[in-house]
Design a protein around this ligand. Structure first.
Ligand code: TGC
Length: 399
């Protein structure tokens, strides 16, 4: 229920679907994943999300349900470790449907599957994979990914967290910030400087010296958790290191996975805003007729649909490239930059169609708008992605 007692709208968008017909471009199993995620979002997230956002409440019981649905680590290449072995496009569609409910829940699937699980899956030993991945796929264990530091997230090469050898052990010291799920995580994938460059470490969060503190005062992503993390002489055994990753390409390859999910997810938030605006335009009367019968409103709705459809088609193109194994970081940057930027524009136009009521939680639009400002900032800001694209076009790095 919304604050006004109206039922929370379903994530359904029959009008948008009928004009676009995305399903026509999808394989049958992709439609199945999409509908499954839409049902999960509608039945398990939407009924409580406005109140959870208001209360800053993370509904932890949904995590094993996401695992049971097969959404956690669903796209990790190959079967095994309890993962679904689904296609990149299927994963993207799940991200879209979950983010149509709330960016926080798509973020959870990203942090767990695309960042923490993918780091272990790409770079871990067989023992590390067996220890962590099945529980993480089931949602009985939670992972986080500690890369960003308080001095800024855009330049991981400048990280100050260190890992030094002491006999066979590693000792980690430093601070991380904006680390999703860290205070509820069982394991943290921590990136730190070593004599041999940046390495990744698996840190059970109960290890002495590891502290995670949720960041207070967020006006965005309020139904999810982001933390400050302190590593105060965290002592780890030799086999805590991820052996397959040396250098920044390790964490950056995981960011590629998460950014790919955002390309799709942000369009889900956009679709939810478009749905709300369409419904309101048909029911709200001003100057004696529905505002949807007015040319200025129709122009806004048309522009919103065009950008939504273009964004999803771009996501689908990138998904097909990913499935072929040819998707490049610059192509992902094009998608992340476009999807989030256009989703924010669509949400803003939707808010204008809703009038004053658009700033209340009677509608999901301000929540999406606030969430999308976080989505715009993490996993590479607009400016970072412009610079990655600029480097690809000119051959000259400008950062
Ligand atoms: P550069 O010299 O370009 O590259 C260093 C090494 O990395 C490789 N590389 C990549 N590999 C895979 N995928 C990519 N996208 C890659 N980009 C670079 C590169 O080939 C090189 O490899 P090697 O083997 O030659 O050493 O590195 P740079 O430091 O100059 O990079 C510049 C830039 C701007 C591209 C990079 O710093 C960047 O992407 N910055 C943005 C980082 C970012 O997105 N930060 C936010 C992370 S969000 C977060 O941590 C929170 S997680 C979500 C949550 O917990 O809720």
């Amino acid at each position: 229920m919304t604050a006004s007692g109206r039922p929370t709208p379903l994530v359904a968008s029959p009008l948008v679907d009928s004009v676009f017909d995305l399903d026509d471009l999808l394989a049958p199993e992709e439609v199945v994943w999409s509908r499954k995620a839409r049902a999960f979002a509608t039945n398990r997230i939407l009924p409580t999300i406005e109140q959870d956002f208001e209360d800053r409440f993370f509904r932890a019981e949904l995590v094993p349900e996401l695992g049971a649905a097969g959404f956690l680590g669903m796209h990790l290449e190959g079967y095994g470790y309890g993962c679904a072995g689904a296609s990149a496009v299927s994963y993207g569609l799940v991200c879209l449907e979950l983010e149509a409910a709330d960016s926080g829940w798509r973020t959870l699937v990203s942090v767990q599957g695309s960042l923490a699980m993918s780091a272990i899956h790409k770079y871990g030993t067989e023992d590390q994979k067996q220890l962590w991945l099945p529980g993480m796929a089931a949602g009985s264990l939670i992972g986080c990914f500690a890369l960003t530091e308080p001095t800024g997230g855009s330049d991981p090469a400048a990280m100050r967290t260190t890992a030094t050898r002491d006999g066979d052990d590693w000792v980690l010291t430093g601070t991380k910030r904006w680390i999703g799920l860290a205070s509820v995580a069982d394991v943290a994938v921590v990136w730190a400087q070593t004599d041999a460059g940046v390495r990744g470490f698996l840190v059970p969060t109960g290890t002495a010296g590891f502290t995670a503190t949720p960041i207070a005062g967020k006006l965005s992503m309020r139904a999810s958790i982001q933390c400050d993390v302190t590593l105060d002489g965290v002592r780890l055994p030799a086999d805590a290191v991820l052996p397959g990753a040396t250098g920044l390409s390790g964490p950056f390859s995981c960011l590629n996975e998460a950014r790919f999910g955002i390309v799709w997810g942000a369009m889900g938030a956009a679709r939810s805003c478009l749905d709300a605006a369409i419904a309101r335009s048909r029911s709200r009367e001003v100057f004696g007729r529905p505002i949807g019968a007015m040319q200025l409103t129709q122009a806004k709705l048309a522009d919103m649909l065009v950008e939504y459809e273009k964004g999803v088609l771009l996501a689908l193109h990138l998904g097909r490239l990913k499935e072929r194994g040819t998707l490049s970081p610059a192509q992902i940057s094009v998608g992340k930059l476009n999807s989030v930027r256009e989703a924010i524009r669509i949400a803003g136009l939707a808010r204008s169609i809703l009038g004053g009521d658009g700033v209340t939680n009677e509608f999901p639009v301000m929540r999406h708008l606030a969430n999308l400002e976080s989505v715009r900032t993490y996993e590479g800001t607009d400016e970072i992605h412009q610079l990655v694209i600029g480097r690809a076009l000119t051959g000259m790095p400008a950062f």
